[in-house]
Ligand binder design. Sequence first.
Ligand SMILES: Nc1ncnc2c1ncn2[C@@H]1O[C@H](COP(=O)(O)OP(=O)(O)O)[C@@H](O)[C@H]1O
Ligand SMILES: [Mg+2]
Length: 235
Amino acid sequence: MAASADNILIRAQKLTRIYSTGSNEVVGIRDIDLEIAAGEMVVMKGNSGSGKSTLLGLLGGLDKPTRGSLTVSGQDLQIASAVELNHYRRNIVGMVFQTFNLLPTLNVLENVCLPALMAGSPREKTRDRALEYLEWLKLTERLSHYPAQLSGGEMQRTAIARALINDPSLILADEPTGNLDSRNGQVVFELLSELNRRYGRTVVVATHSLLADNYATVQICLKDGGISEKSVCDI
Ligand SMILES: Nc1ncnc2c1ncn2[C@@H]1O[C@H](COP(=O)(O)OP(=O)(O)O)[C@@H](O)[C@H]1O
Ligand SMILES: [Mg+2]
């Protein structure tokens, strides 16, 4: 999909995140300019330490830029108040991580419902929506299982349902297949791609996996905290 001025979902200008550790400064990302249109499936690659997680953390509103500007879905994340950031994290983005990050004491259905209940959605409506996503993700047989009783693929599919429960327009996934075998990895990329194509969600996924390439509408290569000249990484 071509990026035109009015359907830009993500706009970064000279986006920079420097980490201060004692007297040291470590570059997370530096001077990134980026425009992503709504409806893209962005596959981001780059060596370990190249800044992928830093950029996803900023896009997810988990962290603030040191310099530069970042606007997502009309929200300027650099100047957002705590209340605005909370709303953004809950309602605009859904995040999926390599380590799944499920709560061990909640079952599958409870894990998926939690972000919606925390955002104040009514219980019945939340449950119905969760059951719909869980059916799509082929987890209907696992509703009352706890994370420790699930396979890696099932845990990640639960995490995807949880990321979707508040109906975000942007899905961010940080190496979502890093702990999965290639068959389950393929399933995760297919699901993310289906979310993109069928449900119109914009997806940004950081990955080392070649399996993602077929699904990308945009490819980005990070190198040493910046966007490499080559859009396709040779890693
Ligand atoms: N919390 C942190 N404190 C200090 N340095 C960090 C922190 N997070 C990341 N970095 C550094 O920022 C750079 C980019 O890291 P990261 O975004 O995690 O890269 P990637 O996800 O591509 O592996 C690395 O040099 C890393 O060591
Ligand atoms: Mg990372």
